[in-house]
Design a protein around this ligand. Structure first.
Ligand code: ADP
Ligand code: MG
Length: 321
C-alpha cells in the first residue's frame, strides 16, 4: 500500500539569537491509511517540530533545510501557503495539548464545532449546528445538545479535549495529529480520551499520529512507534515488537521508567541518568552517548544511521555487547 504520509530525510532549523538550532536532523517516517503511529521521546526531542513541519506551521524562524513531506504523493514542503491551509482544514486535523488555547473563550462550543462543518461542507448553519450536536454526542459529552450553548470555561479539561476531538473529526480528515493530547489530564481521563480518539479514528478509517512523552500509553493505542532523541529517530518498530524487544539503550531506558502495575509499591522508578540534549549544542557523534551506559569510541565519533535490524524494525545505534 502507498503511504498516506511519507517523511524522508527531513531537517529543520530555527534561527535564534544564539544562532541556528537544528531541531530535526534527517527524520524519516511513514504511515499508511488507517494506521496509528506514536512518536515518543522526552521533552525537546523534536516531536512537536515534526508535527508542525507537516502542516507548514514552523513560523518565520523555522526552515526546512532538506527532505520531503509527501502527503498522498504531494510534497508539502513545496506547496503554497494557500494549499496548506486547504489541507489543514480538510485532510489533516490537529489536536493540541492545551485545548483552552485552541478554543475561543467568547464563542459557544456549538459555534466553534459547527463552524468548520459550515465552512468546509457547505451546509446551512442550522444543519451545521445539528451536526455539531451529533459530534459532541459521539465524543461522549453528556447532554450534548444542551451543551452546545455553553462556553469553553463551563467544560472540564477532559470535556474540552473531547470538544477538540469532535472538531478534529468534523471534516473527516485522512490524518489526525494529536500532540500530547492528554498530558494535562489525570490518568483515568487520559485513558478514556485516548480510547475515544483511537476508536473514532478507526471508525473513520483515518490515520493517527499520537505524540507523547509517555511510552507507557502507546502500547494500547499505536500500531507502530518511532522513538525520537535529539532531533533524530533512534528506533522504529511495531508497538508489539518494541515492547517485547526494545533495542536502543534510550528505548530501554524509557521502557524501564514506565510504572508497573504489579511493581513493588516501595520501589523507586528507574530514570535515565543525565539531561536531554540541548539542540543548540549537541554532542558529537550519537546524541545519546553522554547518557548511554554502553557508549564506546564509535559512538563519540559518528552519528549512527537508522538501519533495518529486523523486519519492520529500524535502529540507529552502533551496537554494544
Ligand atoms: P518536543 O519533543 O518536546 O515536542 P519540540 O519539537 O517542541 O520538542 O522542540 C525541539 C527543540 O527544537 C526545542 O528544544 C528547541 O531547541 C527547538 N525549537 C522548537 N521550536 C523552536 C522555535 N520556534 N524557535 C527555536 N527553537 C525551537
Ligand atoms: Mg512538544
Amino acid at each position: 500500500m502507498d503511504p498516506l504520509l511519507a517523511i524522508s530525510d527531513l531537517s529543520v532549523t530555527f534561527a535564534t539569537d544564539r544562532g541556528h538550532v537544528q531541531a530535526l536532523d534527517g527524520v524519516s517516517l511513514d504511515l499508511v491509511a488507517g494506521e496509528t503511529l506514536a512518536i515518543v521521546g522526552e521533552s525537546g526531542s523534536g516531536k512537536s517540530v515534526t508535527a508542525l513541519s507537516v502542516l507548514g506551521l514552523l513560523g518565520d524562524s523555522g526552515q526546512v533545510k532538506t527532505g520531503k513531506i509527501e502527503f498522498e504523493g504531494e510534497d508539502l514542503t513545496k506547496v503554497p501557503a494557500s494549499r496548506l491551509r486547504e489541507i489543514r482544514g480538510n485532510q489533516i486535523a490537529f489536536i493540541f495539548q492545551e485545548p483552552m488555547s485552541s478554543l475561543n473563550p467568547v464563542l459557544t462550543i456549538g459555534t466553534q464545532v459547527a463552524e468548520p462543518i459550515w465552512l468546509h461542507h457547505k451546509k446551512s448553519w442550522p444543519e451545521a449546528i445539528a451536526e455539531a450536536g451529533k459530534l459532541l454526542a459521539k465524543v461522549a459529552i453528556p447532554d450534548a445538545e444542551q451543551r452546545l450553548e455553553d462556553y469553553p470555561h463551563q467544560f472540564s479539561g477532559g470535556m474540552r479535549q473531547r470538544v477538540m476531538i469532535a472538531m478534529a473529526l468534523a471534516c473527516q480528515p485522512r490524518l489526525i495529529i494529536a500532540d500530547e493530547p492528554t498530558t494535562a489530564l489525570d490518568v483515568t481521563v487520559q485513558a478514556q480520551i485516548l480510547s475515544l480518539l483511537k476508536n473514532l479514528t478507526k471508525e473513520l478509517g483515518s490515520s493517527l499520529i499520537l505524540i507523547t512523552h509517555d511510552l507507557g500509553v502507546v502500547a494500547r493505542y499505536a500500531d507502530k512507534v518511532a522513538v525520537m532523541y535529539g532531533g533524530r529517530i533512534v528506533e522504529t518498530a511495531s508497538a508489539l515488537d518494541l515492547y517485547k524487544n526494545p533495542k536502543h539503550p534510550y528505548t530501554n531506558g524509557l521502557m524501564a521508567s514506565i510504572p508497573k502495575l504489579d511493581g513493588d509499591p516501595g520501589s523507586r522508578l528507574f530514570t535515565i541518568e543525565g539531561q536531554p540534549p540541548d539542540l543548540s549544542d549537541l554532542p558529537a557523534g550519537c546524541a545519546f552517548h553522554p547518557r548511554c551506559p554502553h557508549a564506546h569510541e564509535a559512538c563519540r565519533a559518528g552519528k549512527p544511521p537508522l538501519r533495518s535490524v529486523a523486519p519492520n524494525h529500524e535502529l540507529a545505534c552502533f551496537g554494544y555487547d
